[in-house]
Design a protein around this ligand. Structure first.
Ligand code: ZN
Ligand code: ZN
Ligand code: ZN
Length: 317
């Protein structure tokens, strides 16, 4: 009987059937599979149903004609038990919390290693969870990845993985120029190239992150330039503005649905429209740019070929 290949199929090559939700029947917990991980063959006994529901790889390995299906035992000698333990914790708890820190700094590399493992073993739900975890960490600690993280991202993670989009956006939509400029370590060259392209080229999420509504500048004093094409928006002519930040666009640019990445630069907030008078007398709030990974991130950074979509529709919240 054939063994399941040691080098695993890329994601999505298998059945195409969607993984069920984590909710499961008590009867699903009667069978376990043995997974031997790492060079020392650290032994894990995991409920088969959890593995097969979340991963087409384990579905193939444990329910098909492979040798592993009859023995219910799989060896993964080149996988680190520490990383595999995180996967198992996610499998049983459906969360990655507490998120990993080392010396008070977010351990993004731990999450990247887990992403690489989730990719290899076809856990789409876990990959999306890692996207959420990195977004949350970057927000709550106001940090981004380190140069060595970018090397891991570009050397270890598959090229079309959505997590690359997230990391590029973290750098593009946060004020990271000084960090990139002065960090003593080497950023990955491919990462820097992609980041330049991201900053220069309009993208969908740069527009989707805003809460857009119609806006009519009342006078030349209260108007501003289109955030995309820099055309000055004439008073008493229809334009589009964001309720949350101080960006505005001409109608043609808003119609295209793409914008250029921009970040908070400390300008005071502008208020638009009818409530402007009231707001103008309040304390100027610190201007914050809308960020594509806040709130809904499903559209841009998640993959949902195996799992159900998250049903979050609003960007930039
Ligand atoms: Zn905005
Ligand atoms: Zn424009
Ligand atoms: Zn999603």
């Amino acid at each position: 009987m054939a063994r399941i290949p040691a080098t695993l199929p890329p994601p999505y090559t298998t059945t195409g059937t969607r993984a069920a939700s984590l909710r499961t029947n008590a009867s699903d917990f009667s069978t376990t599979a043995e997974i031997l991980v790492g060079p020392d063959r650290t032994r894990y006994l995991i409920h088969t149903s959890l593995l097969t529901k979340q991963s087409p790889y384990f579905r193939a390995a444990l329910t098909s004609s492979f040798l592993e299906a009859s023995t219910q035992s799989i060896s993964l000698p080149d996988i680190h038990p520490e990383t595999f333990t995180l996967l198992v914790e996610w499998l049983y708890n459906a969360t990655l919390k507490p998120l990993p820190f080392k010396e008070d700094k977010p351990a993004y590399y731990t999450l990247l290693h887990l992403y690489i493992l989730a990719d290899r073993l076809c856990f789409e739900g876990l990959r999306n969870h890692i996207v959420d975890a990195i977004s949350d960490l970057a927000e709550s600690t106001n940090s981004v990845l380190t140069p060595s993280d970018t090397r891991l991202l570009y050397e270890g993670v598959r090229e079309d993985a959505k997590i690359r989009e997230l990391v590029l956006d973290l750098f593009a939509f946060k004020k990271t120029d000084k960090l990139i400029d002065t960090h003593p370590d080497r950023w990955h060259a491919g990462f820097l190239r992609d980041l330049i392209v991201r900053l220069k080229r309009p993208c969908k999420q740069a527009m989707q992150r805003h809460t857009q509504r119609m806006w009519l500048p009342k006078s030349w004093e209260s108007t501003r330039a289109c955030d995309n094409c820099r055309v000055i928006l004439p008073p008493l002519q229809g334009a589009i503005a964001c309720d949350e930040c101080c960006c505005a666009w001409c109608i043609p640019c808003a119609g295209e649905g793409v914008a250029v990445a921009s970040w908070e630069d400390g300008r005071p907030s502008m208020s638009y429209g009818a409530e402007a008078g009231k707001k103008a007398y309040g304390a100027p709030r610190k201007w914050e740019s809308c960020r594509p990974w806040k709130g809904s991130r499903c559209m841009v950074y998640h993959e949902h070929r195996e799992t159900e979509a998250c049903w979050e529709v609003f960007m930039g919240r």
